[in-house]
Design a protein around this ligand. Structure first.
Ligand code: NDP
Length: 610
């Protein structure tokens, strides 16, 4: 039976995990199974500490005085990022930082007696950027990596890369040069931070960026030409190239520009909620006008009114290639503009992954995280509006074209399913628009060609492929098949929506009542990782739901050709790659807490399979 050294209510000194700093804490309880004390700091932060991390208040003062006589020893301890304690788990590490700063301020104002100065040396801390090495990060337990309100002032220096936005505790005294010739380590800490990042390059690196820049537009051209063939079999590859003039139609460009401007106008209207994004590296939280649902409703009414006035929606089908070319030009010009303006973007506002120093790679990945013209957020707008709502309008136009080509009085059941399923997907996305603020695109990726092209060309002109295919390639569906497909879609939608909402609520308010029974793993960033609910089934349940839905979108097109299955195949590749990207990001961000999550939830997307 272990002896309990400290009693509930005792005032003692508790170590801040990962450092050699002790603060006054009160013992709340003791867990004899885990051998952990729950203690509370003066600001209300609770931590679980091992007995070794707790010291008697009087004994602590004596010991700290003797230690403070050995500066070299103090420095080596306080500088070591590897000195994170595995025995103590932080519930709110960010708040512990607050406690430290509060304590620091208190100590700064304390009397000037020699004894207190000594104490101050030990207690006085400042959060400073810590250049960490990836290998160490993987192994280190619970490092602090997110900004909080308290550290904003001390964090004036821009941070060039993700790892450098982590923090290590260092006594302020250590910042002062101890002798005229600073040591190499100190010199490194005072040089201006580089404007390029050493974050690992993905998408095949510099060479890969060139290839993607060529491949993406070529692929869109290929699928458009292929789907127009009578027999769009891959055996008929390559499809004949049309003459150059077939790509260009000024009216198509005017239509695309009009559409984008119309969407921009709707976005700017002071209708709907102003939502807060996740905290940026600077600690700032941007505001976003989340009126996407309003935008799609007004767009639907506007399109219906235009049709009523005699506008022929089938134009979109007959001028698909020209519209795609015009959208490509718009996305290209936008990407050039984004790259040009990013040259003046301060480092903290740059994406961690798009600042390699290679022109093509950075142009492709995007350098600026949240490019804005005043309050107009270009990335958020492009992600959610012209392409996404355009996708539904194009699908509707293809249904009209199908009726005309097939001589039908109403769209076929297969066409109706595809239209309804994809409309539901978009409407749901816009209804829950706020949820996109916690996704990778919004939080981590810069805005460059990859997203601009993806949003304005890839989504509207390749996600409509199933509907386009059905225009000339009808596929009859028996009622049981129809029912099975609808059930599959609803299942996928349920998983997708529930899991995305769960994570979004958790990220926005971890104390949300709907999450009361959820288990989570604390990380040193102050954020936690959900380990129950959908996020305890697989590590990307939202991808699972999305993939099931993708299957339901392709099934109505039958099995005669591979082309309408393109979305499904592409989506598997996209999500597997996305998961890999996210995994390595999270491993860097959360270190051992992420490893713990992986052990608790071993499968990535499909339970028991992958
Ligand atoms: P997620 O929404 O899954 O975001 C990943 C982030 O979530 C991580 O970086 C991490 O960020 C956080 N996270 C991971 N695990 C946990 C956990 N256990 N608990 C709490 N937070 C966690 O990924 P995406 O942005 O890629 O996808 C968003 C949605 O968009 C998905 O449904 C996806 O299917 C869909 N999508 C659709 C596409 C399409 O073309 N149709 C394309 C791409 C995505 P942090 O910890 O920093 O908050």
């Amino acid at each position: 039976m272990p002896t309990v050294r400290y009693q509930n209510g005792d005032t003692v000194m508790g170590r801040w995990p990962g450092s050699n700093l002790f603060y006054e804490v009160k013992v709340l309880s003791y867990d004899p199974t885990e051998l952990l004390y729950t203690v509370i700091y003066k600001d209300g932060t609770e931590l679980e500490l091992n007995e070794q991390d707790i010291k008697n208040a009087s004994g602590f003062r004596q010991r700290s005085r003797s230690r403070s006589r050995s500066p070299s020893r103090r420095r080596s301890r306080s500088r070591s990022p590897g000195r994170t304690t595995r025995r103590s788990s932080s519930r709110t590490a960010a708040a512990v930082a607050t406690a430290a700063i509060t304590e620091t301020t208190r100590r700064e104002n304390a009397s000037s007696s020699r004894r207190e100065i000594r104490m101050k040396e030990v207690m006085e801390v400042r959060l400073t950027p810590h250049v960490s090495r990836p290998k160490e990060n993987n192994g280190s337990n619970h490092e602090k990596s997110e900004h909080n309100d308290t550290n904003q002032n001390t964090e004036a220096k821009p941070e060039p890369e993700k790892n450098q936005s982590r923090y290590n505790l260092r006594r302020r005294k250590d910042d002062k040069p101890l002798d005229p010739a600073p040591q190499e380590e100190e010199v490194k800490q005072t040089v201006a931070p580089p404007t390029t990042s050493r974050a690992p390059l993905d998408f095949g690196g510099r060479i890969g960026a060139y290839l993607w820049l060529l491949f993406l537009p070529s692929w869109v051209l290929f699928v458009i030409l292929q789907v127009n063939l009578k027999d769009p079999s891959l055996l008929n590859f390559p499809p004949p190239l049309p003459p150059l003039k077939a790509f260009w139609d000024p009216k198509a460009l005017a239509l695309v520009l009009l559409w984008v401007l119309f969407q921009a106008l709707l976005y700017l209207l002071p209708v709907g909620k102003l939502s807060e994004g996740m905290p940026l590296r600077s600690g700032e939280r941007l505001k976003y006008r989340t009126n996407g649902f309003f935008a799609i409703v007004v767009s639907g009414v506007a399109v219906a009114a235009a049709v009523h006035q005699g506008v022929d929606l089938a134009y979109i089908h007959s001028h698909f290639l020209q519209l795609a070319t015009a959208s490509f030009l718009v996305s290209l010009l936008l990407s050039v503009y984004l790259y040009a303006r990013s040259r003046h973007t301060p480092t903290p506002q740059r994406a961690l992954g798009g600042n390699s120093g290679s022109l093509m790679y950075d142009f492709f990945k995007g350098r600026e995280l949240n490019p804005r013209i005043r309050n107009f957020d270009l990335k958020f707008f492009c992600e959610m509006r012209p392409g996404l709502i355009g996708w539904c309008v194009i699908n509707a136009a293809l249904a009209v074209a199908e009726m005309r080509v097939q001589g039908l009085s109403s769209p076929s059941p297969a066409m109706l399913l595809v239209n309804a399923f994809q409309l539901l997907y978009v409407v749901d996305g816009l209804w829950n628009e706020e949820a996109i603020l916690t996704t990778m695109d919004l939080m981590h990726d810069g805005f460059g060609f990859m997203l601009a092209f993806g949003d304005l060309v890839w989504v509207p002109f390749t996600y409509t492929l199933q509907a386009y295919y059905l225009v000339e390639h009808p596929n009859a569906l028996a009622p049981p098949a129809l029912l099975a497909i609808v059930t599959l879609k609803l299942l996928g939608f349920y998983i997708f929506r529930k899991s995305n909402s769960q994570k979004n609520s958790f990220r926005r308010n971890p104390a949300d009542a709907s999450l009361a029974n959820m288990k989570s793993i604390p990380t040193a960033t102050g954020k936690s990782l959900l380990v129950s609910g959908w996020w305890g089934v697989v590590r990307h349940p939202n991808y699972l739901g999305d993939l099931i839905m993708a299957l339901a979108w392709s099934l109505p097109c039958g099995f005669s050709h591979l082309l309408p299955w393109y979305y499904m195949i592409y989506f598997i590749i996209l999500l597997v790659h996305r998961d890999a990207r996210d995994t390595s990001d999270c491993r860097r961000k959360y270190g051992s807490a992420w490893e713990e999550y992986c052990r608790a939830v071993p499968y990535r997307i499909i339970p028991g399979v992958y």
